[in-house]
Design a protein around this ligand. Sequence first.
Ligand SMILES: Nc1ncnc2c1ncn2[C@@H]1O[C@H](COP(=O)(O)OP(=O)(O)OP(=O)(O)O)[C@@H](O)[C@H]1O
Ligand SMILES: [Mg+2]
Length: 375
Amino acid sequence: MTDDRFQRLIAHRRVVVCAGAGGVGKTTIAAALSLSAAGRGRRVLCLTIDPARRLADSLGLSLAPGIEAEVAPERLAAVGATPSGSLSVAMLDPKQTFDALVKRHASSPAVADKILQNQFYRHVSTSLAGTQSYMAMEKVLAVLKSGRYDLIVLDTPPTSEALDFLDAPERLVEALDSPAMRWLVQALQPSGGFSMRLLARGVAALLLTMGTVTGRGFLEEMAALVGELNELFGGFKERASEVSRAFRAPDFGYLLVAAPSAPALEEARFFAERLRRSGLSADALVLNRVHGAVSEPPTPQALTALLAARGVVVRPEQLLMAQADEHARARSEAPEIQKARGLFPPEKLWTVPVMAGDVRGLSDLAKVARALTQA
Ligand SMILES: Nc1ncnc2c1ncn2[C@@H]1O[C@H](COP(=O)(O)OP(=O)(O)OP(=O)(O)O)[C@@H](O)[C@H]1O
Ligand SMILES: [Mg+2]
């Protein structure tokens, strides 16, 4: 039995979301999963976020954000991953998606223009709580509607907590429609004049997190933007809950990625619970960068003889240290992997070994892809 579990995962999904804590390998796993699915005949789009430079280059992502680029089939064939489907990759561009949303919901092109020209719009459209996640969700739905792909694999942005992702639409609407924001708009109404006293402390704190408060001009511009975005709210709020609902549909799957360490597993457990509360379940937990159990280290004499026979000039102590380190890591991960077994049934617990270096090129990715699809 080689890849039944993988086949099962992609059989009923049109979207697979790769979620997990920061730095655990979400981008890597999303790309590897996409590669595997392309090898199974799917037309796949991997929507990725800020991949490491080398990986981006090898995927042909040197293009502008937002552009969908197909990875040349010959390049995939060269690493033994001949696709019977296709693999396209795009880097998410939250601002571009937000712009499209403003244009769609604004009452007129003039209103849309006014918002897009506001100097604080850039900040709100890229850095406000939940924006990146929410825009990723919007992008997925837009691509899905186009019918150009059988499967969309979504890499999620690094968040302080993995479960932030699912709540992103609500959080964004809340942030834009919070009492603090409403206070601000009221306080800076042209008729009401400006009074710092009118600003609740919450507003001041909020503004301080957004950069330097440089005086009245700043606040007025900010208030104008919030007022205008609020005008969009009828449509915007509704849209956010629509997006939330869409991500709870049966053809949306969730793959949790975690390191085989206690904090990462705790977070994965938290996320699995969060999914359950929404009536969803994780398709699998991918334990990434697992150190293999190694056999007992050889004696220095045996190793020296072995190296000499092969003409390798390296100090045996260094090799022994490296092996002892590997051994120690594997031993410290073992109880965590055991714990993960208590959380997920075997067919839903996938492990990916740690590669010799970073996962950079297509051939590294193909190795991760093979680990994903092999039980
Ligand atoms: N199985 C693996 N073996 C070796 N290196 C790996 C493996 N998986 C991922 N890496 C490396 O770990 C680093 C982090 O991986 P990646 O960027 O995929 O994580 P991420 O969860 O997307 O991070 P972020 O939360 O910052 O977006 C990268 O340098 C990647 O090459
Ligand atoms: Mg990433």
